[in-house]
Write a new protein. Structure first.
Length: 244
């Protein structure tokens, strides 16, 4: 099975040199852990719009038309799903740069045709996920019946699919974003639409076990973990957990 890991690093028009320096530092930690504790020896592609970020063992591909708005920029990486060279691989895994691999990542690659995602610590219908993307009548129905109100959601920090169904899986995700049009982007951008996709059941989806991908309390929850995710302000403490 030929595998691919891909990620995105881009600068928006308002990016400062300090921000770009922090982003490239994340890239170095991310790649070192992927090749070290992560035991990954396959191809790694970074979609980007920067110069001077060449790294050994890293394939660079352009990421065009990055919007200035941060949420729209996050949506763009899904809208560009068709730039991934899926014909060259059997399976591909999209992995955010604010993640450190602390164990073998190879078992995360899907063996079936489902769209796999990291488990979220938030509910699928939490307001930062799919809730605000639903029409008012649908929200009223969920409130009244409590239908699916207690289901945990999915996180877009790690998402993977066999390439034979890439168009169906990632294309359906991108289709929801396109259908949203120019309306304000939801709070968690691509992740909100991922949870809407999960709610709709448009494609078969699954989440890895919760203990494998940890989003917080990294000291107490790292036993059995494969990936440590440092979202938002967590990026500030990410260097404390580097081992290479």
């Amino acid at each position: 099975m030929k595998t691919l890991i891909l990620s995105h690093l881009y600068k928006r028009p308002d990016a400062t040199p300090e921000l770009l320096a922090r982003l490239t530092s994340l890239l170095d930690m991310w790649l070192a852990h992927l090749r070290g504790p992560g035991k990954y020896r396959g191809d790694v592609i970074l979609f980007n719009n920067l110069e001077g970020i060449e790294r050994d063992g890293l394939l660079l591909r352009p990421m065009p038309d990055v919007p200035a708005d941060s949420r729209r920029a996050h949506l763009q990486r899904i809208l560009c799903y068709d730039l991934v060279p899926t014909s060259d691989y059997d399976v591909a895994l999209q992995l955010d740069l604010d993640i450190l691999a602390i164990d073998d990542v190879n078992p995360l690659f899907p063996r079936d045709e489902q769209l796999w995602a990291a488990p979220s610590d938030l509910l699928m219908l939490e307001w930062r996920h799919a809730w605000t993307l639903l029409p008012k009548w649908r929200r009223a129905m969920h409130k009244l019946t409590r239908w699916r109100m207690n289901e945990l959601g999915a996180s877009a920090c790690v998402v993977a699919s066999q390439t034979s169904v890439w168009e169906r899986n990632f294309g359906s995700w991108a289709g929801l974003i396109r259908a949203h049009g120019d309306r304000p982007a939801p709070h968690f951008a691509d992740q909100s639409f991922l949870n809407l996709l999960r709610l709709k059941g448009s494609v078969p989806m699954a989440c890895w076990p919760r203990e494998r991908i940890v989003h917080n309390n990294w000291d107490r929850r790292r036993d059995g973990a494969t990936l440590l995710h440092f979202p938002g302000a967590g990026k500030q403490v990410m260097p404390q957990y580097r081992v290479v």
